[in-house]
Design a protein around this ligand. Sequence first.
Ligand code: ADP
Ligand code: MG
Length: 341
Amino acid sequence: MAAIHILPEQLVNQIAAGEVIERPASVVKELLENAVDAQAARVTLELEEAGKKLIRVSDDGGGIPAAEAPLALASHATSKIASTEDLEGITTLGFRGEALASIASVADVRLVTRTADALEATEVAVSGGQAAPPRPTSGPVGTSVEVRNLFRYVPARRKFLKTDATEMGHITEQVARVALAYPAVHLTVTHNGRAVYELPPSDSVRARIGAFFGSDLADALVEAASEEPAGRLWGLIGPPHLARATTAAQYLFINGRYVRDRGLLHALREAYRGLLEGSRQPVALLFLTVPPDRVDVNVHPTKIEVRLRDAHLLYGQVLATVRERLLGPGLTPHVTPASAA
Ligand code: ADP
Ligand code: MG
């Protein structure tokens, strides 16, 4: 065995990337989340070859001050938290300060950014783990991050990439998660120069559901809402006859973040008890707002799982709110008694 030694930075970042950057869709997720955190009103995602060749996300958010731009691509560098207390009340989608550094260790990255009070934009780039010195350039207020040749520096990962159609499917899912949670953000997606999604800003989640799942489904969903000390719940739920074979149409957002929470998804399924055949799965989009200090986001590298301090109360709230709505007027024409399930 070799002697113990500190690993080179590029390798450290590649190891971090291994957990978070699995495929083009992972990059799309991180870049879209950064744009949302930057309070962008308009976000454009451009893809070439399903993101394998190019992923570019441009936003009109706050931008990065020129002096800080090189830090954006450095590991463990973030503007979103500064202390342990901050970690206990995360209100942004990002906070680890690792995404851009991870991406820059496995691909070529170029970032152009400008704040509202800057006269010009700043460009920073990393290629092969080597950062080019920042340079002034022209560009609008906001940030554009370009990721080329994903996994160029980790060929083993590259081999796991699937067909363009499959990778586009994963990307679409990531785009949907952001689009559904932030309907006020104008979102444009192109692939190989062709428009894929043009989602105008809207105050309606329903309109976004229509764009991704069709207006038949969007129109059929009904609202369910409740407010309890543990959290505020608002959702659009599908009548039992719309149930599907899989859980793919179950979306749970906690404080604007898409999460998979087995407990709360179980509560959802329980609310349909006796109303669905066999293993059919309900269609539902649930938006939960809880106090930031009651949810620990720092448990999973991609933050797809969180820990809820009031898991028990929220379970009951989801179950009761959805159940009451389902049994309410105009929804369930043929109710089977719950005991028959
Ligand atoms: P994190 O989002 O966890 O802070 P990232 O590596 O994704 O880490 O980004 C590092 C930092 O770069 C962010 O904290 C933010 O300050 C800045 N940044 C990244 N993307 C954008 C963007 N689109 N607009 C403004 N600032 C950005
Ligand atoms: Mg981030």
